[in-house]
Design a protein around this ligand. Structure first.
Ligand code: ADP
Length: 367
C-alpha cells in the first residue's frame, strides 16, 4: 500500500472514531438535555394540555435528532474530504524527497556519483538529504581514488614488463647476446616488479588499516639504535657523514617499535639515496609538547616548493626516471605517513628548494 493511501486511511479512521464518539454523545446526552430544557422553559401543565405538550416534545426531539444526524453526515463527509486533501498534501511532502533519494541512490548504484540533492526545508528530511549527499561525496572520492590507483599501478607495472619483454625479444632476435649480463638485466627488471608488488601489498595493508600495531612505551633509543647500527656501513660506503644527537632526558614514546623502526629506516634510506657522496645527514630527536620529534636533515638534492606538498602521495617521485632506476616506487613515504598517523603521530617535510637539502620529521606521542 502506498504511503498516501496509508495516510488517507489513518485520517479516515480518526474521522470515523470522532464521528462515532460525537454520534454516541448526541444520541444519549443531547436529546435528554434538550427535552429537559424545553420542560424547564414551559413549566408543567395538566390533563389534555400536558399530553399535547408531551406529543410536541416527542416531535421536537425527533426533529432535533434528525437535524443533528444531518449535521453529522455533512460534517463527516467534509472531514473525509479534508482527510483526503490533507493526506495527499502531506504524502507529497514526504514522498517527494524519498523518491528523489531513491532516484539518486539508483544513480550511485549505477556508477554515477556527480548528482546531489537539495531540499529547502529545515526538517529531518533535510538532514537525511544532507547526510546522503555527504555519503555520495565520500563514495565519489573513493571511486576517484580507485580509478587513480588502477591507473597508477598499471603504469608502474608497464615499465619493468616492457623492459623484460624488450630484452626477451632482443635475445630471440639475436640482437642481444645470451650472456650473464643480459640475464642480469632481465633479473633486475623482475626484481623491480617484485619490489613494486611488495610495496603495493604493504600500501594496501596500511591504507586499509590492516596493520596490527603493538603499541607500548619505548625509549626513543630503542627505535634509533637498531636503524643506525644497521645502516652505518651504507653511509660509510657512500662517504656520507651520519650524526646522531639524542638528548639523555627524553621521555619514552608510545609506539609500535618495529613499525617505528620501519619509518625511520625509510626516511634515513631516502636521505642516503638523495644525498650525493661527501654530504652529511643529521638525525636529531627532541621533545615537542606531548610528543617526541625525530628529525632527519640531509645536505642532498632538496625539494622544490612544487614537489614538497606531494612527496607523501602514493607513486609520487620528483624525478621518475632517476628514482625508478634506483628502484624507487614512490610508495615508501605514503606507507610511512599511514604508519605514523596510525600511532597518533604526525609527519612532514621541509626544504628551502632544490640543491638546499631537506628535512623530514615525524612525531610519536609520549607514553
Ligand atoms: P621512493 O621509493 O621513490 O624513494 P618515497 O615515497 O620514499 O619513494 O619518496 C617519494 C619521493 O620523494 C622520492 O621519489 C623523491 O623524489 C622524494 N624524496 C624523498 N626523500 C627525499 C630526500 N631526502 N631528499 C630529496 N627528495 C626526497
Amino acid at each position: 500500500m502506498t504511503l498516501s493511501r496509508k495516510l488517507f486511511l489513518s485520517y479516515v479512521v480518526v474521522v470515523l472514531i470522532g464521528l462515532a464518539v460525537i454520534s454516541v454523545a448526541t444520541a444519549f446526552v443531547a436529546p435528554a438535555n434538550f427535552t429537559e430544557s424545553m420542560h424547564h422553559m414551559r413549566g408543567s401543565g395538566s390533563g389534555m394540555m400536558s399530553q399535547r405538550m408531551a406529543e410536541l416534545d416527542a416531535q421536537y426531539e425527533t426533529a432535533f435528532r434528525q437535524s443533528v444526524n444531518n449535521a453529522l453526515v455533512i460534517a463527516g463527509a467534509a472531514a473525509v474530504l479534508a482527510a483526503g486533501v490533507v493526506s495527499w498534501f502531506v504524502s507529497q511532502q514526504i514522498t517527494h524527497p524519498i523518491r528523489s533519494l531513491v532516484a539518486l541512490s539508483q544513480q550511485i548504484a549505477g556508477g554515477s556519483y556527480r548528482q546531489r540533492l537539495k531540499l529547502d526545508t529545515h526538517d529531518e528530511f533535510a538532514e537525511l538529504v544532507e547526510s546522503f549527499n555527504r555519503m555520495a561525496e565520500a563514495l565519489a572520492g573513493t571511486e576517484a581514488m580507485r580509478v587513480q590507483l588502477i591507473g597508477d599501478v598499471s603504469h608502474e607495472l608497464k615499465t619493468p614488463l616492457a623492459g623484460i619483454k624488450g630484452y626477451m625479444e632482443g635475445l630471440q632476435d639475436g640482437v642481444l647476446p645470451a650472456t650473464p649480463e643480459t640475464f642480469q638485466l632481465i633479473h633486475r627488471e623482475a626484481d623491480r616488479l617484485q619490489r613494486l608488488v611488495q610495496d603495493l601489498q604493504e600500501l594496501s595493508r596500511t591504507e586499509s588499516g590492516q596493520v596490527a600495531l603493538d603499541i607500548r612505551p619505548y625509549p626513543p633509543e630503542a627505535i634509533i639504535n637498531p636503524v643506525v647500527e644497521r645502516m652505518r656501513s651504507q653511509f660509510a660506503d657512500k662517504v656520507i657523514a651520519l650524526e646522531v644527537m639524542i638528548p639523555h632526558d627524553l621521555p619514552p614514546v608510545h609506539a609500535d617499535c618495529d613499525r617505528s623502526i620501519q619509518i625511520l629506516t625509510n626516511l634515513l634510506g631516502n636521505a642516503l639515496q638523495y644525498t650525493p657522496g661527501g654530504g652529511r645527514i643529521e638525525l636529531t630527536v627532541h621533545r615537542d609538547h606531548n610528543s617526541v620529534c625525530f628529525s632527519i636533515k640531509d645536505t642532498g638534492i632538496g625539494l622544490s616548493s612544487e614537489a614538497l606538498p606531494h612527496v607523501f602521495q602514493r607513486f609520487y617521485r620528483v624525478d621518475k626516471s632517476r628514482s625508478r632506476g634506483s628502484g624507487g616506487t614512490g610508495i615508501g613515504l605514503t606507507v610511512a605517513k599511514h604508519l605514523v598517523e596510525a600511532q597518533g603521530g604526525r609527519i612532514g617535510a621541509e626544504s628551502n628548494g632544490l640543491g638546499t637539502g631537506s628535512r623530514f620529521w615525524f612525531t610519536l606521542p609520549i607514553a
